[in-house]
Design a protein around this ligand. Structure first.
Ligand SMILES: Nc1nc(O)c(N)c(N[C@@H]2O[C@H](COP(=O)(O)O)[C@@H](O)[C@H]2O)n1
Length: 160
């Protein structure tokens, strides 16, 4: 893995690495439903199986989907803390597996660290002091490894 100085920082949806944001405008189909962004899918899974999940899916923007998903008055599923990383990984993998152009951008980052430059979020992002958990960045690196393995195994099959 590269040094932090060489790391790729992303946050806003504009620019080359904007597609790393869950707010980027790339729809996915998961659980037999169409989701406008991975942010819609992720936030809705907090209330899976309830009408709130559908309300979030239909939210006009990822910002509004996230606002609803973070509403402390809504009944968050009990196991959310245990499953939230898996939900995020599943959504991010699905997005990059769906869009070949995005997969190419991610694979082209090689061995570089990927950091969500979100100063407000010490869990998914780098947090206020830059030492946050950066879970979204780590999940992008995990997805990059999975996609690379898939590309390698498809090349092996093609050689046969
Ligand atoms: N790109 C972007 N813009 C914002 O304004 C954001 N708040 C975020 N945050 C993303 O929200 C997800 C986490 O939601 P919870 O805090 O667990 O409700 C995660 O994808 C963050 O990266 N992103």
């Amino acid at each position: 893995m590269s040094s932090r100085a060489e790391a790729i920082f992303f946050y806003k949806v504009e620019g080359l690495y904007g597609c790393f944001s869950n707010f980027s405008s790339h729809s996915i189909v998961m659980k037999s439903r169409w989701w406008p962004t991975t942010a819609h899918y992720f936030q809705a899974q907090k209330f899976a199986g309830t009408a709130y999940a559908e309300q979030i899916r239909l939210a006009p923007t990822p910002q509004i989907a996230t606002e609803i998903g973070r509403d402390p008055r809504l009944p968050l599923r009990r196991d959310w803390e245990q499953v939230k990383d898996d939900v995020m990984r599943e959504a991010v993998l699905h997005k990059f597996a769906t869009y070949e152009d995005l997969a190419k951008v991610l694979l082209a980052t090689g061995e570089k660290q990927i950091i969500e430059n979100n100063r407000l979020d010490p869990y998914w992002g780098c947090g206020p002091d830059g030492n946050g958990k950066n879970r979204l960045g780590h999940i992008l690196v995990e997805v990059r490894t999975i996609l690379r393995e898939r590309v390698c195994s498809s090349r092996v099959i093609a050689v046969y």
